[in-house]
Design a protein around this ligand. Structure first.
Ligand SMILES: *Cc1c(COP(=O)(O)O)cnc(C)c1O
Length: 370
């Protein structure tokens, strides 16, 4: 049996009629940027996340970069001011801070929960700290009340990188509405994915929303009048239409991911394979189902031979990348262990029970003879 890591083709096929209708509607409209499709999706997505505002942009990296830039401008932050962020994240989170000439202050997560410890955050705060970036990695919420309190007490902006957690919630509130402002990526492989690059920010702060829109539109608040050195980062009408269709099915898709995760949790009984603790109150949307093993590369090869697709999220941590040479000698042991041992199993709304059972059987048979 073949089990792909994720089949975008199957996901699109599932909603083909509605998607074809949406694509044709935009094709025939003759209007491809900044129109009704954007307006509709922004309204629907803001409502879904539970914020007053949503602004569509061109991709997740620019959503991150523009939301930070808006806060930097509105609050008069200086170059070199600091944003605290977990060391175990996708490079885009870190890039968005550096691109604003701010300093990413990296933190190792807790080895058992893979969440940020409150004490570690407090220790990292300096007079230059302006914000905390939470990355809801793998689809699980990293926010808690204590983190909210620290931000309030130290006057820090709370940023959320919600690229992997569309639909995830905390005590009934969606991630993407828990802090000052949040960035979302709609890269095709995310839980809510477009037909190309796409992204958005969500916030209750009107000033931030307006400024992100201006900065992403050449810094222009009025046609041919430029108030900032802006950039071009807009969501296409085609992608807005596609996203609006897929948003209607997001909860169903996420529920299927949760069912699959349950099967994995119950079925995998191999002592060589571990996963992070899950809390009872957690509403994880399983963008990724990560497992951890010291023999990760061997396991990946074994699964490949059995035609099971996996991906490593991610093989090299940001502080070990050539792009960040100045950090290469720093040590974040938990992050380094995560990157050395993580393997993402097949996960997506179109996987069948039969495929999941096959993956579980193969995982349980691994290492028997070793
Ligand atoms: C995908 C992703 C991004 C970047 O989004 P793009 O749309 O690919 O630019 C940022 N942060 C995290 C955690 C991601 O998974």
């Amino acid at each position: 049996m073949q089990v792909p890591f994720l089949s975008l083709k199957d996901i699109t096929a599932k909603y083909a009629d509605e998607l074809h209708e949406a694509v044709l509607r935009v094709t025939d409209s003759g209007w491809y940027l900044q129109g009704n499709e954007n307006k509709r999706f922004e309204e629907d997505y803001a409502k879904y996340i539970g914020t007053k505002y949503c602004v569509g942009v061109a991709n997740g990296l620019q959503a991150l970069e523009l939301m930070i830039r808006a806060c930097k401008i509105l609050n008069g932050w200086n170059d070199g001011d600091e944003i605290i962020v977990q060391a175990n994240t996708y490079i885009a989170t870190i890039l968005s801070i550096s691109q604003n000439n701010l300093k990413p202050v990296l933190l190792d997560p807790n080895p058992d929960t893979l969440e940020l410890d409150v004490e570690a955050i407090e220790k990292a705060i300096t007079p230059k700290t302006r914000g905390l970036m939470l990355v809801h990695l793998y689809g699980r919420c990293l926010y808690n009340e204590k983190i909210g309190e620290i931000c309030k007490n130290h006057n820090l902006k709370l940023f959320e990188d919600n690229a992997q957690a569309h639909g995830c919630s905390y005590s009934g509130r969606k991630t993407g509405s828990l802090g000052t402002v949040a960035a979302h990526s709609f890269y095709p492989g995310k839980n809510l994915g477009a037909f190309g690059d796409a992204g958005a920010i969500t916030t209750n702060d009107e000033k931030i929303a307006n400024l992100v829109r201006v900065l992403g539109n050449y810094g222009s608040s009025k046609k041919y009048v430029f108030d900032y050195i802006g950039e071009n980062s807009r969501l296409s009408e085609m992608d807005a239409a596609v996203l609006d269709v897929k948003l209607k099915h997001l909860d169903d898709d996420n529920n299927r991911r949760k069912q699959i995760a349950k099967m994995y949790y119950k079925g995998i009984k191999n002592p060589l394979i571990r996963w992070p603790e899950i809390k009872a109150d957690e509403s994880n949307v399983f963008h990724i189902f990560p497992v951890f093993t010291e023999r990760r590369d061997e396991l990946q090869q074994y699964l490949k031979e059995k035609e099971i697709g996996t991906i490593i999220h991610y093989p090299i941590p940001p502080h070990k990348q050539t792009a960040y040479k100045e950090w290469n000698n720093l040590s974040f042991p938990v992050t380094e262990k995560i990157h050395a041992e993580e393997l993402s199993l097949p996960m997506g709304p179109t996987l069948t029970d039969e495929q999941v059972r096959y993956v579980i059987d193969i995982l349980n048979s691994w290492g028997e003879k070793a």
